[in-house]
Design a protein. Sequence first.
Length: 456
Amino acid sequence: MSANPIAETVATLMPRAKTELAELVAFHSVADPAVAPKSECEAAAKWVADALRTEGFQDVALLDTPDGSQSVYGLLPGPEGAPTVLLYAHYDVQPMLDESAWITPPFELTERDGRWYGRGAADCKGGFIMHLLALRALKANGGVPVSVKVIVEGSEEQGTGGLERYAEAHPELLGSDAIVIGDTGNFRVGLPTVTATLRGMTMIRVQVDTLEGNLHSGQFGGAAPDALAALIRVLDSLRAEDGSTVVEGLTADASWEGLQYPEEDFRKDAKVLDGVGLIGHGTVADRIWARPAVTVIGIDCPPVAGATPSIPSSARAQISLRVPPGQDAAEATKLLFAHIEKHTPWNARLSLEQVGQGQAFRADVNSPAYTSMAEAMRVAYPGEEMQTSGMGGSIPLCNTLAALYPQAEILLIGLSEPEAQIHAVNESVSPQELERLSVAEALFLVNYARSKQDQA
């Protein structure tokens, strides 16, 4: 099959893709009832299910997973004897953070400077639209040459493991020959990239209590233990002087071999303010792909607005620890707990709670499916060769799938290149990347079907 008809078809489908992505972005589908009503996730799941039915998928189902979320499943049978490919995305999104910092409304897809802005546009509602585009292009050019299973998760951003537990309880459901995880991204716009490694993660909440209630800071300050000050000491103990993550017993000196990330490019991508230094040591790739990284992602304490001269009696923080390949996330959690317990001052009362966990992942980039993807990306991105990089983020489902289906080849691609600013304000997607990656995925399915037929 010539690449041109596929590319031409995808190009004609882009206006429809924009309309559909706008509809999907409009759902406030944060899988946290403290942030958004559960009905928003349920409505997004129904939208995805309806889209699959429209494309002719069979056995479309809303799967009620153990964490209370819904994942959407569908099957599109292919020719007899054809391999089966599982396509993954997730419809849940990160909270919008500070809405006032968004240039345009976070749940309203808006075109600006050649990009489409909106929460989930890249991570990962756009990934689902990418799958639809690829399949539509194939159907318009001779048909889909493989059997396709689609699974769209509803709580990936929370790390609560609903789909993982469901898949373990129903191991036959997602069985496939190859798996395309549409939730990573190119190293940068225009450079086709597959992701070789993902860091794992653990998410915990730590609460420090020192007093029965807040006290007047003039009357009791200087002797009464300050819970916020205790928490600050705990959090500060998690970093060395240069900002490197320090969790006693956790290895933090591994190196990344392969594609490197020039520091000047990283500073630009991360929008580091002029004169502000990066943290840690080693190459940037070492720091973000091969080593652990701790981040305080939230803190509960008295706000500045309306603050009173009082000694805080209680303070709480949520901590994310990214865990590199080769380290066990469960063991990292134990080490993190032990470190915090050791560094909590003044015998303050300490409460620790784990709220999420996922293991790191390393793909086999020498598998035949990668050859098929490299050929597809060479056509979709003329003049460019497929690159292999790491990714600092986590997709806990990957290890579950690898354990359940050890024969399956797992590839990670997606729309979350640096300019997308996923998880931050003003998230966006490049429509050019959406178009090219949809072409690449369609061509991959053709190449993969051919390669399996040649092996038969």
